[in-house]
Write a protein that binds this ligand. Sequence first.
Ligand code: NDP
Length: 292
Amino acid sequence: MTTSLTLNNGVELPAIGLGVFQTPPEETVAAVAAALRTGYRHIDTAAAYGNEREVGQGIRESGVARSEIFIETKIWISDYGYDETLHAFDKSAGKLGVEQIDLLILHQALPSAFARTVGAYKALEKLLADGKVRAIGVSNFMPEHLTQLLEQTEVVPSVNQIELHPYFQQKELQALHAEHGILTQAWSPIGGITSYGQSARRSFDEPVILTIGEKYGRSAAQVMLRWHIQNGIQVIPKSTKPERIAENFDVFDFELTADEVAQIDALDTGVRGGPEPDSITLENYGMPIPEA
Ligand code: NDP
């Protein structure tokens, strides 16, 4: 079973990373260090999460060499525009305490100010050309955003990080990614958003998933992560609890049947848990990102 995926520029990315959205800064160092001790080699953070400094500290405290770890972070919309995004790299790298970021992505499209989004992406292309980042990508880009971006820029994004769990699967968008060689990264891969969001039902209570889990002696989270991996999707489950961090990584020694994968594929409701990407504006979601 492969434990890494290859991006469209040849760079390798582990199949599972640790997400740290909503991980309070005071718990981030321990969570990151616990994950690295467990065997994780990829951490997904964002300027907007307010914990990049602690991610860097957790990496240093883990004792694992920087060269073995894949660090991904995201530029917030308030820092879009060419010069602003070049400076946003310095802010993130400074807080993380690194010279180079492995994967730097735009957190959202700004549909009402798309020229700024394009400017931000062109800055990512410059950082890539200068060797300051090893790969670049986007997040929460819908088909029309991706199409516009591809028309106006040179480098095809390596990833699009999107909401993706059994209840919301975005299959058309996934097909577009496949067409262009863009890796699909799943945020809320175990359906965290169905617990902390507005959803009517929680993925962790889904009978189809629990029944499959019983067969293998595995938790709902493990079954969902296995489902993504078998579909070729990269995952970044979040937990602050060492036992869950370990549980979420322990998915490489069992395999779902094609029928079980199909049963989970059939759970798609088409209902998004997170904000509608077209509703993201600087007025509603802008916030200053502090200097390093
Ligand atoms: P997840 O699907 O990773 O679920 C996380 C939630 O599930 C937390 O409440 C966690 O609680 C709980 N949990 C974790 N492991 C288990 C387990 N084994 N059994 C039961 N419960 C568990 O959701 P997230 O929304 O956090 O998404 C993951 C990552 O994706 C984020 O951390 C972030 O890196 C990224 N993300 C990106 C977004 C974007 O716009 N690009 C948006 C949202 C997320 P606890 O910590 O208490 O264990």
